[in-house]
Ligand binder design. Structure first.
Ligand SMILES: C[S@@+](CC[C@H](N)C(=O)[O-])C[C@H]1O[C@@H](n2cnc3c(N)ncnc32)[C@H](O)[C@@H]1O
Length: 511
């Protein structure tokens, strides 16, 4: 391993929803790039896959896709393989290699590439090599997802990174121990006196150090001790990609592609003003990042083409739009009204939302009808607004097919996520073949699903105790004994079974 990258400790397992293939294709299609959203046979590589949680989950959602993961760290590759074996996945292959050593024949031609949590930490030469390698392997309609630390938001961390690394290099111990000690020493040195010249000039640095001290030390070691860490502006990344023949297609998050419309008028006014005088997309993106003080970006790049409008529509066939508010969409739009710059009550939004009000509808039908009436570009923009505003969503298969056929039939992956990964207090993913994506569930929802699966209250209580999960009782008091838990659990489970489970089953979870 001839890299400056931290390899003495594992990187914590994390999940990145935005690198889901169908999401990437939807953004690209709505941005005017021809994509076939329904293609279920595709190739996908995660460069720097870590312990493979995201990659394995994506493989579980897309059983006909062929997934590859590359990582330099043998321990990461071993964990990733173990997870695939344990959860019975057969469509994922892991390759232990440095990006520098990858040869074209190591991977097939790719529909998707993902570079998550690593671009900002690679030496320049490796970065350039990686981008040109991806361009070489990517099909002409292929897409590359890239997640990286960005300016200006990262500037508060950047100020102290070199010093933290200098301090850490003086200490003995593992990378996490040295990282934590270095941050603490720096924090102590700055002290809490706001009148100190440094604290006066940069009041956000100490709170940032405090945030670092709250982090998982393994993450911190990866985050700040890598000597190659480089925080870039968007235009610098765009330049790296365009040097290899790839252009910016859009943000991986739909709402960011319509920032000017989906945020409050007062916030978006300076952006609109800037855009009036500047046509250049890269410059507009930089101003967007500046106004939002972005510290992390998730972009999609590809071999951009100027497609004709009539070439694009076919890409919507055989995927399904679903209205998240059903027939209540008018109320949902009214609630959004005061928070956004645009008018969500124009006829095009009525047409789309009415079209899917009573269940999911093939996206091609919705797009085709509206494109005829309003034009393709306007329809795509309206769809970006509705997806970005979380008024509609989409999936690979129809989700309003009879729920009667959908029964609780958890896979090995579901069991792994519910019984072995309950440590995550935030929302966590469960794979869905229907969506071609994961659905994120709160920890309480996961506890109740686990309870539905085992029917063993003691096993669930053990999870609750192990992960210190607070379950409230009537009157606001937290449950403190197994007996209390066992008396409350059936009530919670029944309510969940009645009110939430049918929707989750419809969305293809646990079956
Ligand atoms: C921050 S982790 C991200 C892991 C995963 N993508 C995620 O999001 O959870 C970056 C990964 O890149 C790997 N890596 C670092 N330098 C590399 C290189 N030169 N070649 C291949 N993998 C590398 C590390 O071992 C690590 O697992």
């Amino acid at each position: 391993m001839n890299s400056t990258y931290t390899t003495d400790v594992d990187y914590p397992t994390m999940y990145f929803h935005e690198q889901t293939p169908i999401l990437m294709s939807m953004i690209a299609l709505l941005s005017g790039q021809v994509q076939n959203l329904s293609a279920s046979r595709f190739t996908y590589c995660d460069f720097g896959c870590g312990k493979g949680l995201t990659l394995n989950l994506l493989a579980a959602c897309n059983p006909d896709g062929e997934f590859y993961g590359v990582d330099i760290n043998p321990s990461h590759i071993a964990s990733a393989k173990e997870l695939a074996e344990r959860t019975g996945l057969t469509n994922v292959t892991f390759i232990e290699a440095s990006f520098d050593d990858l040869k074209p024949e190591d991977l097939p031609e790719l529909d998707y590439a993902a570079v998550t949590g690593i671009y900002s930490w690679l030496p320049t030469g490796t970065r350039t090599h990686l981008v040109s390698y991806i361009e070489n392997r990517l099909k002409s309609s292929g897409l590359c997802f890239i997640h990286y630390l960005s300016m200006p938001g990262m500037s508060t961390t950047l100020v102290t990174t070199a010093l933290t690394q200098l301090l850490a290099s003086q200490y003995e111990g593992s990378s996490p121990e040295r990282a934590v000690r270095a941050v603490r020493e720096l924090d102590n040195a700055l002290g809490s006196n706001p009148k100190l010249a440094f604290n006066q000039a940069m009041p956000h640095v100490r709170p940032n150090l405090a945030r670092h001290l709250q982090m998982d030390p393994n993450y911190l070691a990866h985050d700040i001790l890598n000597r190659s860490q480089e925080v870039m502006w968007f235009h610098q990344v765009a330049r790296d990609f365009s040097a290899s023949g790839m252009d910016f297609i859009g943000h991986a998050r739909a709402s960011m592609n319509v920032f000017g419309d989906l945020y409050q008028p007062a916030l978006t006014a300076p952006y609109h003003k800037f855009c009036e005088g500047h046509e250049d997309l890269i410059l507009r993106e930089e101003i967007l990042g500046l106004l939002l003080n972005l510290s992390v970006r998730m972009d999609i790049f590809g071999k951009k083409k100027n497609y004709k409008e009539e070439e694009i529509g076919g890409g919507f066939s055989n995927v399904y739009f679903h209205n998240l508010f059903g027939e209540d969409h008018v109320e949902a739009r009214k609630q959004l009204k005061s928070q956004i710059s645009m008018d969500l009550f124009q006829p095009i939004y009525d047409d789309i939302l009415e079209g899917v009000a009573r269940g999911d509808v093939e996206a091609g039908k919705i797009y085709g009808g509206c494109a005829q009436k309003y034009g393709g570009a306007k329809t795509r923009l309206a769809l970006m607004h509705l997806i970005g505003g979380k008024l509609i969503t989409f999936g690979r298969h129809s989700i309003s097919a009879s729920t009667a056929e959908r029964t609780l039939n958890p896979s090995q992956f579901d069991r792994f996520m519910l019984f072995d990964k309950m440590d995550n207090p935030r929302a966590a993913p469960l794979p869905s073949k229907v969506m071609g994506a994961c659905v994120q569930l709160s920890r309480m929802e996961r506890i109740l699903l686990a309870a539905l699966i085992t029917d063993d209250a003691r096993e669930i209580y053990a999870l609750v105790v192990k992960h210190k999960i607070t379950i409230g009782k009537r009157g606001g008091r937290a449950i403190g004994s197994y007996d209390e838990f066992a008396s409350v659990l059936p009530i919670l489970v029944e309510s969940f079974r009645e009110h939430r489970l049918p929707e989750l089953l419809q969305r293809g979870l646990l079956n």
